[in-house]
Ligand binder design. Structure first.
Ligand code: SF4
Length: 471
């Protein structure tokens, strides 16, 4: 499962804003590894440098030195809408002269196709295949004069998830959709202001966290200071996967540090699904904290049974077939001395398609584990995500296809336990009604029926596929 993007913005006259943005993007690398980009303005025109690759591969001293100015925004991309090509790398600039904006987007616009058609009919042309360009042109198409009102105009038309950093030649904006699906926070640095997807980016550049940007809020930063505009909000729908997996464990969202929340998920699993075992391990790195929680609660010793190659997937060199066949072995190396003859509890963040977990179980058993008991922090994922998470279509989701005992047999584990929704909420320790949990419940916070019908038609199971069983 992949998140779509990390975004950042800084308004700090006199500072090297491109360098600050580089290091903030470096801290947000986990949110997207396909492309990276930075846009700046010198007060007269916007410029952008964005390419395919990791932040450290895209930028060097030379490219940063050309990105001068007092305001910058940055973006790490994992594509969910729009193909993975350099043309779709963000930030993107749209418009001309003083009527231009640079924009960086985390989320997914559900009615992008409809808006694209409407804007095309009005004569707007599109350079990329992203919903971000639709969003940007929608702002430009507003009849309003002030930028904040133009953004408001677009917010009234947009459906879906969007956290944005956006800049003009003289101002920086942070925008969060009324549901607050993706996180966004505000901080200060040496008299300037910063906006980031996660607070860990602020920590790494020496900025101080001020507060979250609220769902439906527009924060505007100009030479006159900072202003906030609040749009009407109804239901809130922060993606619960930020707590389970996406965000870094050292980030704070809604006042809750993620590390102890993940540890509490492990404790909840130990309570809900206890088992006699000799060793507990979290699948590194996303389930490390949850593994610790399970061990603490159950009293079963904690250990490491898999060592992760932390740089895997961070290369453009395609593996040949022989290397590809190694599958999960490219990512994890088991420790037979730790596993031999042991009954092992393995805590993982989630099971989506069920393609990786059987390989992990096999790897552990081949390395000598006598029993493997899988414990999963996320409840069964039975519905696809329409808000920017590249998950799968419904027929690809293993928990939409099979009962829990069938999933256990499919992955080859001796037992399988998912954390319940109540257990998850208890671990996160925040009110249930602020979250989106649609991929567990099918209760989407935004009407997605049309999109769902279309997706169902476009992605029918292949011939011979057993189809979706009703749970
Ligand atoms: S459907 Fe699931 S993955 Fe998507 S936003 Fe909601 S909780 Fe997050």
């Amino acid at each position: 499962m992949h998140e779509c993007c990390g975004i950042f913005g800084v308004y700090a006259p006199g500072e090297d804003v491109a360098r600050l943005t580089f290091f903030a993007l470096f801290a947000l690398q986990h949110r997207g590894q396909e492309s990276a980009g930075i846009a700046t303005t010198d007060g007269k025109k916007l410029q952008v440098y964005a390419k395919m690759g990791l932040v450290s591969q895209v930028f060097d001293e030379d490219s940063l030195s050309h990105l001068s100015g007092d305001i910058a925004i940055g973006h790490n991309r994992y594509s969910t809408r729009g193909s993975s090509r350099e043309i779709n790398a963000q930030p993107i600039i749209v418009g001309k002269g003083s009527n231009s904006i640079a924009i960086a987007h985390n989320g997914n616009i559900i009615n992008a196709e409809h808006l694209h058609q409407e804007l095309s009919d009005l004569g707007y042309t599109f350079r990329t295949s992203t919903d971000t360009e639709v969003l940007a042109n929608l702002i430009l198409s507003s009849p309003e004069k002030r930028w904040v009102d133009r953004i408001r105009y677009a917010m009234h038309r947009l459906q879906g998830a969007y956290s944005l950093t956006l800049m003009t030649n003289h101002s920086l904006f942070g925008v969060r959709d009324p549901f607050g699906v993706r996180p966004l926070c505000l901080g200060t640095i040496d008299g300037g202001w910063v906006i980031a997807s996660e607070s860990c980016a602020l920590d790494h550049i020496g900025a101080s966290f001020i507060r979250e940007i609220e769902p439906g809020e527009i924060v505007s930063i100009t030479e006159n200071g900072i202003d906030s505009y609040q749009e009407e909000v109804g239901r809130r729908a922060l993606c619960i996967f930020e707590y389970i997996y996406f965000a870094r464990p050292d980030s704070v969202i809604n006042g809750r540090l993620l590390y102890p929340a993940r540890q509490a998920m492990g404790e909840g699993l130990a309570q809900e699904h206890s088992v006699d075992a000799d060793l507990v391990m979290g699948v590194p790195d996303s389930a490390t904290a949850a593994g610790i929680g399970y061990a603490l609660k159950s009293g079963i010793p904690l250990g490491e049974g898999l060592i992760k190659n932390r740089y895997v997937g961070r290369t453009f060199i395609e593996p040949d077939q022989r290397i590809r066949d190694l599958g999960v072995k490219l990512k994890f190396n088991p420790l037979p001395q730790m596993l031999d003859g042991k009954r092992v509890v393995v805590v993982d963040d989630s099971i989506v398609r069920g393609t990786t977990t059987p390989q992990v179980v096999k790897l552990l058993k081949r390395a000598g584990a006598k029993e493997v008991h899988m414990r999963i922090c996320a409840p069964p994922i039975r519905y696809p995500c329409f808000f920017g998470v590249d998950m799968a279509t419904r027929w690809e989701l293993i928990a939409a296809q099979k009962t829990i005992p069938e999933v256990r047999d499919f992955i080859g584990a001796d037992s399988l336990g998912y954390l319940s929704i109540d257990g998850l909420i208890k671990a996160v320790a925040l009110p249930k009604d602020i979250f989106c949990m649609a991929c567990f419940t099918g209760d989407y916070p935004i009407p997605v029926q049309l999109e769902m019908d279309k997706l169902a038609l476009e992605t029918m199971p292949p011939p011979g596929h057993p189809g979706i069983k009703q749970q």
